[in-house]
Write a protein that binds this ligand. Sequence first.
Ligand SMILES: NC(=O)c1ccc[n+]([C@@H]2O[C@H](COP(=O)([O-])OP(=O)(O)OC[C@H]3O[C@@H](n4cnc5c(N)ncnc54)[C@H](OP(=O)(O)O)[C@@H]3O)[C@@H](O)[C@H]2O)c1
Length: 287
Amino acid sequence: MKSNKTVIITGSNSGIGFELAKKLISENYFVILACRNRKKGLDAEKRLGIRSKFIEIDLSNYESIDTFSRQIRHEKLNINYLVNNAGVMFHPNYFLKNGINVTFFINYIGYYYLSLKLIDLLEKNSNSKIINVSSISSYSVKSLDWNFFNPNKTHNNLKYKRELYSYTNLFRLMFSIELSNKLRQRGFKTKSIACHPGVVKSSLGRYVWISKLIYSLPILPPTIIGIKPIYESMTNQHLNGGEFIGFDTKNQWKGNPVIVDPNPICNDGELRNLLWEKTQELTGINL
Ligand SMILES: NC(=O)c1ccc[n+]([C@@H]2O[C@H](COP(=O)([O-])OP(=O)(O)OC[C@H]3O[C@@H](n4cnc5c(N)ncnc54)[C@H](OP(=O)(O)O)[C@@H]3O)[C@@H](O)[C@H]2O)c1
């Protein structure tokens, strides 16, 4: 029994989020299962036991995120960690009712908006952290094309979907580093750390038959490998915030968790700041 801390994990009814919840509960953490589907969320709660609690959140909807944040306050839950993990890959491309591209919203705006909604609660606890799950796909962006920020296209070909997925992961990473800087500048104690799970089995590929097949192949590392960098980001007390945790292998598909260099684009403070400004303008909230 190592901990009695409370963790919110988004998208914890399946894949990496569920495996992480299982491990943390085995170490006596209390886990809020922040999931969009009531049936799947309650089923995960049943499987994980009394140290878990399902609270509904749809990360493609501002109102749902607001309601989730109100419920956490209402229940006077003491939050030590927020793990932004929920995401989609190669999702059918369309605009949500709020006019924003669905993949862009879930994968990126959801991270930004939920983090800023909960920051005051996290800040009440010493050593609190926001962990932002990204991907090695972030490395594939060679120079930043701002058309992928709040994209106004609905292309449904795989090439576009792949690029959009990579961009949302780059934005998650840039956000995580910039959030860390801004938290420090403004005197907050909460740390923001990014990580990626390598490439592991999960339901992530479900929207396209070929990726569905690839993400279920027995040769792919098991889901449990993917939680190592997230766990490291949470538990390593020597991290200052702003780091990117990946694996110590050349292709970073699996291995032991270590601090890795992000895509060099992430080191450009002006670009990170511009991303922050654009996101603030779009969402209407700031730190
Ligand atoms: N698996 C990998 O190799 C890999 C590699 C790099 C990065 N990642 C990242 O790891 C994260 C977890 O993915 P995974 O591999 O575990 O895939 P997964 O099994 O498909 O899990 C994704 C989770 O996100 C949830 N989700 C999707 N849209 C949501 C929304 N609008 N609101 C709330 N929850 C939503 C899903 O809920 P439903 O079940 O209801 O759809 C599910 O619980 C993702 O952000 C992904 O980009 C994974």
